[in-house]
Each structure stands twice: as C-alpha cells, then as structure tokens.
Unconditional design. Structure first.
Length: 212
C-alpha cells in the first residue's frame, strides 16, 4: 500500500487527478475526512486552485515528524475579523485570543496518527452549517494540540505568482514587439508597439525643422 496520497473534494477532483498522476501520486475523491494513507493531503474549496504541486513532496516529508501541516491563509487578517459574532465567541472561549492568523485547511497534510485523526474529527465536528471553516480549524488545533507545522502563505500563492509572471512577460513582450509605421506617404519606419504616436510626432518635428 502506498504511503502517501491525496483526497480531493468533488469540485477540484478533475483538475487534481491529472496533476497528481504526473507526480505518481494516488488520488481519490471523497469527503469522509479520514486518512487513507500513512500521510494524506486533503484538498478542498478555493485552495484547490492554488495547490503548489512542486512542493507536495516537501509537505509529505514534513509528516514524518509532524501530525499535520497547513499554510497560513492570509497575512494581515486576524481571527477577530472573521465569521459571525457567535463564532468568534466560541473561538475565543477555546483559543483565549482572537489576534491569531488563520490557516487554510483546504490544503491540509495529515499523518495517520492519533493526533492527526483527532484533528480531522474535531475540525469537522466544529464546523456547523454556515460556519467559517478556518475559525473551526483554529478551535480544533487548540483543542487537540497536535504537532502542527505552519506553512508560509506562499504555499497558496504559487499558481497566482506564476499567472502574474506570465501576464507580466506577455505584456513586456507585447510592448517590445516591432511594427511598421507610416510616417509620410510611402515612407515607413519600424518602432515598438505603443510608440507609434511618439515616432510620428518625432518625424513630424524633424520634417518641420527641414521645411518638409
């Protein structure tokens, strides 16, 4: 039996299956929130679009020591600003402080240990219909107290950074592309995309100075 694998919710299953197969990693669709392997990655919700596929090996490696690992959700957003007032009260009763950064349990690595299984069970028990799952996860962490590895926010930003970089490179390439501009009847010159009006103006000024 494989030591590692991925459990994906139905919304993200199709996209994850292809990527996981290229990594040689077994993937199943399910929502029962129990470890299927010695080390399991659970992918759910919006995090399914931000999976750092190149880092999964490191994530599974962390589970050789830790019971669970998940990335921070957002820097600068604290638990005291999330959920309903009733949820915050329940969270405060457990954590004793709401000035806490939440984690993204939509990308959750869990070891098949007593604490790992307890974390999953407690988290799901804390998730009442309509609750903020990140606040529920904070409560579960404080109730179970597993050996937890907090991953940086960048684990959720890989796809976002790649998309931004691709857009930036495409924009740069477009701006530097050469095109042909007519500056006078039958007279053509080359210039970069976006510089057409500037080039025409420059040649018009040159022509005026020479009385053309």
């Amino acid at each position: 039996m494989s030591q590692v694998g991925i459990v994906v919710d139905s919304a993200n299953f199709s996209a994850a299956r292809g990527r996981a197969s290229r990594l040689g990693c077994e993937v199943v669709k399910g929502a029962d929130w129990r470890p299927r392997w010695e080390r399991t990655l659970f992918i759910s919700g919006d995090a399914g679009r931000q999976v750092p596929w190149g880092l999964l090996g490191a994530g599974f490696h962390f589970l050789e020591r830790w019971d669970a690992a998940a990335p921070l959700w957002r820097y600068g957003v604290l638990a005291e600003t999330m959920g309903t007032a009733e949820e915050r009260e329940r969270t405060l009763a457990v954590t004793l402080d709401l000035r806490l950064l939440p984690y993204e349990p939509g990308l959750l690595f869990v070891r098949d240990s007593e604490a790992g299984r307890a974390l999953l069970a407690t988290w799901r028990a804390e998730c009442r219909p309509g609750d903020d799952e990140r606040l529920a996860f904070l409560r579960a962490l404080h109730l179970v107290k597993p050996l937890f590895c907090a991953l940086p926010r960048s684990w959720l930003a890989e796809e976002e950074r790649r998309s931004k970089e691709c857009r930036r490179r495409s924009a740069v390439a477009t701006r530097r592309a050469l095109i042909t501009v007519e500056i006078a009847p039958g007279r053509l010159v080359k210039c970069f995309v976006g510089d057409e009006d500037k080039v025409r103006a420059q040649y018009a000024q040159m022509g005026a100075r020479h009385g053309r």
